[in-house]
Design a protein around this ligand. Structure first.
Ligand code: PRP
Ligand code: ORO
Ligand code: MG
Length: 193
C-alpha cells in the first residue's frame, strides 16, 4: 500500500484531529491521530494490518509465534495483525498502572513475540509493553505500529516497523506555544494521569 493510500484511509475515517491534546506521555500536541476511528471499519482495519504485515521481512514473519499489544489502543490492530500473520493475538493491560498479561493469557518461555501498537509517539508505552512481555517469558523480536509520530526518532530497543511515519510536534507542559497555552487540553487516551 502506498503512503498516499494509507493517509487517505486515515482521512476517510476522520481520524486526524486538530486542537489541544494531552498525550499518554504527558506531552501536549495540536494534533491527534484517533486510531480507534481508523479501525472502526473492520475491512479497513484488515486492509491496514495486511499492509503492515507486508512491511515485515519474510524471515522475521516466519519467527513470530504470538502478537501482543498494549490495551486499549493496540487491541484491534493487534488482533488484525494476528489474522494477517496467522498467529494468536493477546494483549497486556494496566489495571494497577503497570502492563501485565491477564485473562488467562500466557507465553511459553522464550516464545517469539511481535509487539503491535496503534500509534507510537515517545515510545514509552511500547517500551513498557515490551518489558511486560519479557517479564512473562517472551522474546520481543520486533515492534510494529500503524503510525510512528516520531518520524523515525524513537528507539524501542528492537527493530521497529511502522506503516506510516509522521512528524507532529509535541511539547512539554512548560514549553507550550501561546495558541496551546490559551486553551484547555483534552486527554483522549486511557493511561491514568
Ligand atoms: O509512544 P507513547 O508516548 O507512549 O504514546 C503512544 C501511546 O499512547 C496511546 O495510548 P494511551 O496510553 O493514550 O491509552 P489507550 O491505548 O488506552 O488509548 C497509544 O495507544 C499508544 O499506546
Ligand atoms: O501520544 C499519544 O498519546 C497519542 C497520540 C496520537 O496521535 N494518537 C493517540 O492515540 N495517542
Ligand atoms: Mg495505547
Amino acid at each position: 500500500m502506498l503512503e498516499d493510500e494509507i493517509l487517505s484511509e486515515f482521512r476517510a475515517s476522520e481520524a486526524l484531529l486538530e486542537g489541544h491534546f494531552l498525550l499518554s506521555s504527558g506531552r501536549h500536541s495540536a494534533h491527534y491521530l484517533q486510531c480507534a476511528r481508523v479501525l472502526m471499519d473492520p475491512m479497513r482495519a484488515s486492509r491496514l494490518a495486511s499492509a503492515l504485515a507486508a512491511t515485515l521481512p519474510r524471515d522475521l514473519r516466519q519467527q513470530i509465534g504470538k502478537v501482543i499489544s498494549p490495551a486499549m489502543g493496540g487491541v484491534i490492530i493487534g488482533h488484525e495483525m494476528g489474522r494477517a500473520l496467522g498467529v494468536e493475538a493477546m494483549f497486556v493491560e494496566r489495571p494497577a498502572g503497570t502492563f501485565e498479561l491477564r485473562r488467562g493469557f500466557s507465553l511459553k518461555e522464550g516464545e517469539k513475540v511481535l509487539m503491535v501498537e496503534d500509534v507510537v509517539t515517545t515510545g514509552l508505552s511500547s517500551r513498557e509493553a515490551i518489558a511486560a512481555i519479557e517479564a512473562a517469558g517472551g522474546i520481543v523480536v520486533a515492534a510494529a505500529a500503524l503510525v510512528d509520530r516520531s518520524a523515525g526518532a524513537v528507539d524501542l530497543g528492537v527493530p521497529f516497523y511502522p506503516l506510516v511515519s509522521l512528524s507532529f510536534p509535541t511539547y512539554a507542559p512548560d514549553e507550550l506555544p501561546p495558541a496551546l497555552a490559551a486553551t484547555q487540553a483534552i486527554k483522549p487516551g486511557s493511561r491514568a494521569a
